[in-house]
Design a binder for this molecule. Structure first.
Ligand SMILES: *Cc1c(COP(=O)(O)O)cnc(C)c1O
Length: 393
């Protein structure tokens, strides 16, 4: 391929990052090898010193992983990308690479549960403190900033309430004080939202979700300017939570269908959200593509569509919400998301079950809230499956 800026995102998703071997294979090759052989002692020395950029050992360089990194970088409009074993290892690696003891992070309260644990519980043991503030209150981010603040960490839309953080507004606050902005772009993927274009410094991914899209492998990535991803790479090379070649190969294939999947899943999610909003047993629907969403206009500016995650409040309490879950025969009862198979979860007793009832109430995770991650089934079948439970409450 020529330079990635010459092509549109659909083309990059299918072709970016591919380097054919001497066999000129059409599809991307899977290099299942832990190490690489050198032609001479001098070449080995040059590879180890970094003077020669070739492959050494798959903990830090593997051609299949490189192809995935280059393709995702092209999609995010990033200069560089490093892949990791999971989404959590991407977040861990980036904090370990960019923060030291004494540093401070400002993060949104609506973060993925394990990210909250990592920043709120694990990192303080190593002297890195995090203040959690509301996703939607830009002024609170400025107020929480200290002289030691290194990073703003946010996820938009949030899980499960789909609250939108104003990326450009938070970037303006952060950059005025020399703070880096990191966006977890898991829910939208670069197909629906490109945080780097809005001024963010780094994007992190759980590739386990939409990037794979078919529930097969774990993976993660950090994308942004090379001077920052190089720091993450140095941590990864030493500490080791890197992506396996096999998972990289699966994810490369996932990226090839990312655009059509996201568009189709998002279109189905909008239809399902509209249907839920008109349902007499549903009290409220949270979906950024609905005009009733409090940040509909911001979502319209920042994302190219509402995405595939819809949450809704049933009339009643936990018993009624569980009845809807238990009546489903098609939707998978699982907390995973981003799959072609639609999933249904009751956040208060699963993903948000470990926090206190007071924290749940503050976060708006009520007992009658359900979250659907819409896949590729026909909307009518999803509606019929949910209707069985809804009509019985
Ligand atoms: C799942 C998820 C993660 C963690 O990713 P893993 O691949 O499970 O480690 C991080 N952020 C968000 C938004 C997620 O949904």
């Amino acid at each position: 391929m020529r330079h990635s800026q010459d092509y549109s995102i659909e083309t990059l998703a299918v072709r970016a990052g591919q380097e054919r071997s001497q066999f000129n294979e059409h599809s991307e090759a899977l290099y299942l090898t832990s190490s690489f052989v050198f032609t001479s002692a001098a070449q080995a020395a040059a590879r180890f010193s970094g003077e020669d950029e070739g492959n050494v050992y798959s903990r830090f360089t593997n051609p299949t992983v490189t192809a995935f990194q280059d393709r995702l970088a092209a999609l995010e409009g990033a200069e560089a990308c490093v892949a990791t074993a999971s989404g959590m290892s991407a977040i861990l690696s980036l904090v370990m690479a960019l923060c030291s003891s004494g540093d401070h992070i400002v993060a949104s309260t609506g973060l993925f549960g394990a990210t909250q644990q990592l920043l709120g519980t694990l990192m303080p043991r190593f002297g890195i403190q995090t203040s959690f503030v509301s996703q939607t209150d830009a002024a609170a981010w400025g107020a929480a900033t200290r002289t030691q603040t290194k990073l703003f960490f946010l996820e938009t839309p949030s899980n499960p309430l789909t609250e939108i953080a104003d990326i450009a507004a938070l970037v303006a606050i952060a950059h005025a004080q020399g703070i880096l902005v990191v966006v977890d772009n898991c829910f939208c993927t670069p197909i629906l939202q490109r945080p780097l274009d809005l001024g963010a410094d780094l994007v992190v991914h759980s590739a386990t979700k939409f990037l794979d899209g078919q529930g097969r492998v774990l993976g993660g990535a950090v994308a942004g300017p090379k001077r920052l991803t190089d720091e993450v790479f140095k941590f990864l090379r030493t500490a080791g939570p890197t992506l396996s070649a096999f998972n990289a190969w699966v994810l490369l294939k996932g990226l090839e269908t990312l655009q059509i999947r996201l568009q189709a899943q998002s279109a189905r999610a909008l239809q399902l959200a509209q249907w839920l909003e008109s349902h007499p047993r549903v009290a409220r629907v949270h979906y950024p593509g609905l005009p009733s969403h409090p940040q509909f206009e911001l979502a319209r500016r920042q994302q190219s569509s509402g995405g595939a995650i819809v949450s809704f409040v049933v009339k009643g309490a936990r018993a009624e919400a569980w009845k809807v879950v238990d009546s489903c025969r098609l939707l998978s009862i699982t907390a995973n998301l981003g799959d072609t198979k639609t999933t249904l979860t009751h956040p208060a007793s699963t993903t948000h079950g470990r926090i206190t009832p007071e924290q749940r109430a503050a976060a708006g995770i009520t007992e009658n809230l359900l979250r659907v991650a819409v896949g590729l089934e026909a909307v009518v079948d999803l509606q019929n499956d949910l209707e069985t439970g809804l009509s019985s409450i």
